[in-house]
Design a protein around this ligand. Sequence first.
Ligand SMILES: [Zn+2]
Length: 97
Amino acid sequence: MKASEKNICQSCGMPMKNMTDFGTDSDGSINTEYCHYCYEEGEFTDKGISLEEKMAKNMNIAIKMGMSEVDAAKLASRTLPALRRWRKSNKAKQAEK
Ligand SMILES: [Zn+2]
């Protein structure tokens, strides 16, 4: 794996630069798709959370880091729905229409 490659968590959008940023699979190996906050030992740490809940969670983190509420909301709504973890539920919603 190239360290220069831009990896972002496919659950929360966090940039992952170090090996310790990555999540782990059930066998203890590194999972390069998700960060360690979201994914540990083969399972999401916040399993069952909805996209909306995850966006709210992300917003709170961004606000704590000094981002304005408006910017945090924009960032979350732009980033999260495009990530792999959430794309399936988007499709399901579109199919209902
Ligand atoms: Zn994550």
